[in-house]
Design a protein around this ligand. Sequence first.
Ligand code: NAP
Length: 523
Amino acid sequence: MQSTLNLSGQLLIGQRRIAGNAGTFHAINPATGDTLAPAFSVADAAQVDLAASLAQQAFDTYRETSGEQRANFLEKIADGIEALDMALLERTMAETALPLARLQGERGRTTGQLRMFAEVARNGLWQTPVVDRELPERQPMRRPDMRTRLIPLGPVAMFGASNFPLAFSVAGGDTAAALAAGCPVIVKAHPSHPGTSEAVAAVIQAAAKECGLPEGVFSMLAGPGNEVGQQLVSHPAVQAVAFTGSRVGGLALSRLAQQRTQPIPVYAEMSAINPVFVLPQALAKRASAIATGFVDSLVMGAGQFCTNPGVVLGIGGADWDTFCAAVATAADKRPAGTLLNAGIHRAYVAGVARVSSVTGVELVAQGQKSDGSCAAQVSVFLVDAETFMAAPALHEEVFGPCSLLVRCRDLLQMRAVAEQLEGQLTATLQLEPADEADARQLLPVLERKAGRLLVNGFPTGVEVAHAMVHGGPFPATSDSRGTSVGSRAIERFLRPVCYQDFPTALLPLALKDGQSDHATPPA
Ligand code: NAP
């Protein structure tokens, strides 16, 4: 049966649906410029306070739920999202202009993440118990019995991303990780897809009720213009922030979090240009195939992936010229993509103009043009390494299908460029076995620069798995110790507590003898 969304435009605070008191806004279809019904209401300060206070009240009850209860909650959310079927995807398409196949894939990824975190909650290993048993005879004094586990941090403020309206939004990886950890979540919905956000939030609200969880375990607030987000991050009940978006936004929220009476961690994923290093033998053997793979990766999702390859480096010569010509051939045919909203479109046009205005930058290829609203023409530029290194403007992310080919003199210069790059989500090596010695020269630099290193692939397409790292040094993220994709994403919402000389009756279950297979470190 075809489901309908019945959007109300209201805020979902705990188990309540409430009209926001601070005005209204609409979603805009980026492909047509049309305003979409209904009007969505904006939370005022009292409504932000209500959501945060309910989360605080829910925390002690929610964090004591069993892994099985949390797993059921997460699985019900996944089932509920699937039950919305085409009604959800049609609304998301209208709000984002992302194509159906892409959104079907993203929905699978979202429900897959929720189910992966259900397993993580169920097996309880995230508590990582560690036991140092008592050494009563130790001289000069007895060593006490010490047992440590991780516990949840508290209510998390989560900012949905514009470019993944399902997988990095209301029920995305950050929410799934925080709920699995035992943290209540308050979502600040992204204003580009408020209908999608409300529909998914309603699923979470219903799942919380069905599972008998305290109502403050989840709320969703809306409102463009920064105020709602700032009030939320400043609220004393909030204990951590998860964010995916612009560098400016992530830094503003990080500063705000540090200025609080009690500073709190902000896990912001912000900007990266994801360098691809094409080593000499790979260039000689596979120039055309690498060029096509690169352009496919660049234009995917209209270039709106945080792992988009924004810079490709190689060593100048005949093979490099063949590669550049193949990039031109592959990119020239590509149709324009539709960007997610008018603001991102303006930023793309300005970013392409910024790159092309640098003296020494040449145009290699432009895709097809379109007069459509928010249309982005594929743009690839070429520059030599000296110019690249001297122009900080070329190191900034241009969010959309724009990339820069950087011609290096030799491997030393390629390494010098790598050394000068900012922190990245990914760094990719295209190599053949005969390139391995050169790769060894680059790897120590790349390990310092990026959260994920790839060989002979392209960075777009982030697997949801236990070993995935979607993070990296600033400005890729605000805290390079974490990942926002994969099961280790839960670690951002946990902190260790040590129980010293506790009687068994008072120990948390995970730390009682015989409860876990943790290793006891040697005395
Ligand atoms: P954004 O402008 O950073 O907004 C993301 C969310 O953060 C929105 O909910 C926004 O709410 C809130 N926000 C932003 N600045 C804030 C501030 N100073 N105080 C409080 N809340 C704030 O990101 P976007 O709209 O998704 O896209 C804009 C740009 O971000 C793109 O052009 C691109 O450069 C970058 N981007 C990067 C990635 C990535 O994965 N690296 C992903 C998406 C976007 P309000 O509406 O209230 O401002």
